[in-house]
Design a protein around this ligand. Structure first.
Ligand code: NAP
Length: 316
């Protein structure tokens, strides 16, 4: 039996790639020196694409993929992929939020606790011996009873709320539509920031949310407030964030994502009131393997005529 042709725009984990190699004829766009020429030559015979949010798939590129019927993305975020164009061409699209939400929610919790309790700074205080010379670390503010605003209440936002609730945090959220949950809904992100002590950003990146967390929102969060960003660097106005953290208009930040990765602005990384993580919220072996396996399983479901495991519905 002839194997279906698949365009690999971004490779999956080795175990998943081995399975893909068994089942399909793979065309390694990711390894091609002249990518446009490779796409023009091999795209027309491909009936599926393997990709992740680091790669770009535009409307123009789809002209070279006339027989493509499925795009399997190994990340949760997909702002670099034109999903409206996929829908227009009748191409199914899958992502891997379902495999990674626990780890990303853990990372949001970790950054919240670390930023609020100054874990990294205090760790240095013990390690350098300053504790013995200067005495006790200053008293901090309890998390108990504080208000946590979650900006984006999808798969990951809900998992973050589930971790925050046992900490006795009061939870509010913003999404495009109100959910059937017992937390306070804020249609306006600014009102959420005004209400919250801690604002956790977990909306998708892309044009619609670009710079959504601006100077006014950071100011509303205030001098005792904390910004946690586990979404995309683009969602936060980073110069405004640096300014707010420097002047004390914002108390602290815990960040997994930045505008310029992997070399974030040194004016941001040098600040004493930031806790930094290298875009690694989903970075565990188990989760990365599960994400890659979802790519394999979604493709298998598609080619066997079964329902996809994690299809993404493109909003109208
Ligand atoms: P999701 O299930 O699609 O949820 C997205 C949420 O954001 C939804 O509640 C949605 O509202 C809301 N939203 C979208 N646009 C909005 C807007 N303009 N204003 C207000 N709310 C808006 O996505 P997810 O799986 O939770 O993932 C969210 C994002 O996290 C991903 O797109 C990705 O960029 C990022 N991420 C980062 C990492 C990391 O390593 N740091 C890992 C995974 C994901 P509705 O529910 O009303 O539609």
């Amino acid at each position: 039996m002839t194997k279906p042709d698949i365009l690999v725009m971004y490779p999956a984990r080795p175990h998943a790639m081995a399975q893909l190699e068994q089942a399909y004829t793979l065309h390694r766009y990711d390894e091609a020196a002249d990518k446009p020429a490779f796409l023009a030559q091999h795209g027309p015979k491909c009936s599926g694409v393997v990709i992740n949010g680091h790669a770009t798939l535009t409307h123009a590129m789809l002209q070279h993929l006339p027989n493509c019927r499925i795009v399997a993305c190994s990340s949760a975020g997909f702002e670099s992929i034109d999903v409206e164009a996929l829908a227009d061409h009748g191409i199914a699209f899958t992502n891997t939020s379902a495999a990674l939400y626990d780890d990303v929610a853990d990372a949001a919790l970790m950054l919240t606790l670390a930023a609020r309790r100054e874990l990294v700074q205090a760790h240095g205080y013990v390690q350098t011996g300053e504790w013995g010379e200067k005495g006790p670390w200053p008293l901090l503010s309890t998390l108990t009873g504080k208000r946590a605003g979650i900006l984006g209440f999808g798969t990951i936002g809900k998992a973050i709320a589930a971790r925050f609730a046992p900490l006795k945090l009061e939870i509010g959220y913003t999404a495009r539509s109100q959910k059937d949950v017992p937390h306070q809904y804020f249609a306006d992100p600014m009102a959420l920031a005004d209400w919250a002590d801690i604002l956790v950003v977990i909306v998708p990146g892309g044009e619609e949310t670009d710079g959504m967390v601006d100077a006014a929102m950071l100011g509303a969060l205030g001098p005792t407030g904390t910004l946690i960003n586990v979404a995309r660097g683009s969602v936060v106005d980073e110069p405004a964030l640096i300014d707010a953290l420097t002047t004390g208009a914002l108390g602290s930040a815990g960040l997994d994502v930045y505008q310029n990765e992997p070399q974030p602005d040194p004016r941001l990384t040098a600040l004493p009131n930031v806790t930094l993580y290298p875009h690694h919220a989903s970075g565990t072996v188990e989760t990365r393997d599960a994400m890659a396996q979802l790519v394999v399983d979604n493709l298998a479901a598609h080619f066997q005529g079964n329902p996809l495991l994690t299809p993404v519905a493109v909003p109208a």
